[in-house]
Design a protein around this ligand. Structure first.
Ligand code: GLU
Length: 325
């Protein structure tokens, strides 16, 4: 290290698929983008299999995804981590939040919540989840707690939220409760978490860990400096920034990638029947993902192997996202 120049933490990024089925054209975009960003920064790229939502997980899908990634030349720099083995870490984080009075038990069933929302005169719009009405925020009133929630309504993060690269990723206005955060592709984003989602679940009534808690604990524990993932997850980011603040861990830099839409115009996902990637010619699948990311096509007939294509795209990625070589 050069004397006097403080080195930040080494770039660490990840791809974090849920093993609910094989990779499809949409998830390959996120995988490729996160790999390219890590290589563009000469950083580490890790894979985390997010298998906490066990009813949605498919046997063998995690291993299959890892094989699909390897076929595409995307090999993690350390053995993959499986969230199902990390319950003790999530419990420790929940215990910390409870001790700090940032988490509370909730006795409400889905029906209770809908009834409380209806009583408040809130009609549910199609596909729009209404914020939790706060029924259990100040006590269970003799009922039994089923889940644990983060008290987003009363939590106040610092106004200037810390970040790993000295760049400020997010700011918070105490007066308005609005969190502004920077996405490297989408620019400034804004959410009032208390009003948009309310007090969100950390541990579900069925005992399973919620995505928000697991992802924040793991990103911090694995030293993630950068998160590159699909745009459908962008509106989860403010919740994750609040949790990072509450737990006292750094906020990574975020970049949300374009989504691939199916014929019905909706995001391609395993839920709406996305087909598993056709990997007989992996370079073709990668070229499709690269196109979605605005990267150059493989016009040079000499670019026939995956590693040449990846090298070309790393250079293009650096230009697109101003990453110094
Ligand atoms: N496991 C999540 C998914 O497959 C991604 C989580 C993340 O990248 O933060 O949608």
């Amino acid at each position: 290290m050069t004397a006097g120049v403080a080195a930040g933490p080494r770039y660490t990024g990840r791809f974090a698929p849920s093993p609910t089925g094989p990779l499809h054209a949409g998830s390959l975009v996120a995988a490729l983008a996160s790999w390219l960003d890590a290589r563009a920064h000469q950083g580490r790229w890790l894979v985390r299999i997010e298998d906490v939502d066990t009813p949605r997980c498919v046997d063998g899908a995690g291993e299959f995804i890892l094989r699909q990634l390897a076929t595409c030349g995307l090999v993690p720099d350390a053995p993959p981590v499986w969230q199902s083995t990390r319950g003790a870490l999530y419990q420790r984080a929940l215990d910390q939040l409870i001790a700090q009075h940032h988490a509370y038990p909730c006795a409400c069933s889905r029906k209770d919540i809908e009834e409380a929302q209806a009583a408040l005169g809130h009609a549910r719009e199609r596909h729009a989840a209404l914020p939790y009405p706060g029924t259990c925020r100040h006590g269970l009133h003799g009922r039994t707690g089923r889940s644990w929630r983060f008290n987003a309504t009363e939590f106040q993060p610092d106004q200037a939220l810390a970040h790993t690269d000295q760049a400020q990723v997010a700011t918070y206005s105490i007066a308005s409760g609005i969190l502004d955060w920077q996405d490297r592709r989408l620019g400034t984003q804004r959410q009032d978490v208390a009003h948009a989602v309310g007090d969100f679940v950390l541990r579900r009534a069925d005992g399973l860990w919620a995505y928000q808690l697991a992802v924040v604990v793991d990103d911090a524990d694995q030293g993630m400096t950068h998160v590159v993932r699909g745009e459908d997850l962008a509106d989860n980011t403010p919740r994750q920034i609040l949790l990072q603040q509450a737990l006292g861990v750094p906020t990574p830099c975020y970049l949300h990638t374009p989504l691939v839409c199916g014929e019905n115009g909706e995001k391609l996902s395993k839920q709406n029947g996305a087909r598993a990637l056709e990997l007989a010619v992996p370079l073709q699948a990668l070229a499709g993902a690269a196109q979605v990311l605005g990267l150059p096509p493989l016009t040079d007939p000499n670019t026939r192997c995956i590693s040449d294509a990846l090298t070309l795209w790393v250079a293009a990625w650096r230009r697109n996202y101003n990453v110094a070589p």
